[in-house]
Design a protein around this ligand. Structure first.
Ligand code: UDP
Length: 243
């Protein structure tokens, strides 16, 4: 099914309508942004890598009973997805302290958390995607109390599945961001993408705090070898799936 009309262009993807009103085509770009798009660049081959990793992870999650928007990968950079109404929330799950958690709480980077932490951020560029409390989230009617519980449950289930999968790839899943949407039947399902753009992934066999980074922090922090790191993740994911 060919792309018909551009519906939305985001920082890393373009969504197109298709002949089927319930199906969209998600095109993954090489463009990279960080710090609320203040830093912009290109990661050569990222579109292909993220689309392929995302496909593998959505298939894995579906096989474990997690409902996702993924239908099929149609080209190296494109996937067909179910059309959803995206909730304006970024659901972040953390296993190890990094990034904004360290900045806002003073917990040292690399601290292993006793339990996975689920956090909700308001997806609103003008406000710089602020961290929400449960009460603020409900006040803003960004989700119902039932949806909030379901989001938390699904986020923790997804974390367990992904932690185990990445462990087998010799990668530590430090933290990651998920987005969810409501499909045509009113179901809450996982949407957007899961990739080195949206996860912190550390090489489990590397202790050097810079050398171990296999994700977008290489771009954010100008660590170099960004393409190589993304490629590493893809290769490990593919070789695990082929065993
Ligand atoms: N993240 C993301 N998109 C965002 C913000 C965060 O994919 O707009 C991911 C990020 O890659 C990391 C996790 O969510 O894996 C937690 O990010 P954090 O809150 O620490 O913010 P950051 O340090 O990236 O600003």
């Amino acid at each position: 099914m060919s792309a018909t009309e551009k519906l939305y262009e985001g920082k890393a993807k373009i969504l197109y309508t298709t002949q089927d009103p319930d199906v969209l085509l998600s095109h993954f770009k090489d463009d990279a942004t960080a710090f609320n798009a203040q830093k912009r660049g290109t990661i050569v081959g990222k579109g292909e890598i993220n689309c392929t990793i995302g496909t593998a992870l959505f298939k894995l999650l579906s096989s474990k009973g997690i409902p996702t928007h993924f239908i099929e990968q149609t080209s190296p950079t494109d996937m067909r997805v179910r059309r959803v109404q995206i909730l304006p929330l970024e659901v972040v799950i953390r296993n190890i302290a990094a990034g904004s958690l360290c900045k806002q709480t003073g917990i040292p980077q690399g601290t292993i958390l006793k339990h996975p932490l689920v956090e909700f951020f308001y997806k609103k560029d003008e406000l710089n995607d602020p961290l929400l409390t449960r009460d603020r989230l409900l006040l803003l009617e960004l989700a119902t109390p039932e949806q909030l519980e379901r989001l938390r449950t699904m986020a923790l289930q997804i974390n367990e599945i992904l932690c185990q999968f990445f462990r087998e790839c010799h990668i530590t899943l430090v933290d990651f961001k998920l987005e969810f949407g409501i499909d045509a039947d009113g179901n809450l399902i996982l949407a957007d993408e899961i990739s080195p753009d949206t996860c912190r992934l550390w090489d489990a066999e590397e202790t050097d705090p810079k050398a171990r980074v296999l994700d977008k922090d290489r771009f954010r922090q100008d660590l170099g070898s960004v393409e190589n790191a993304y490629q590493q993740v893809l290769q490990r994911v593919q070789s695990l799936l082929n065993t």
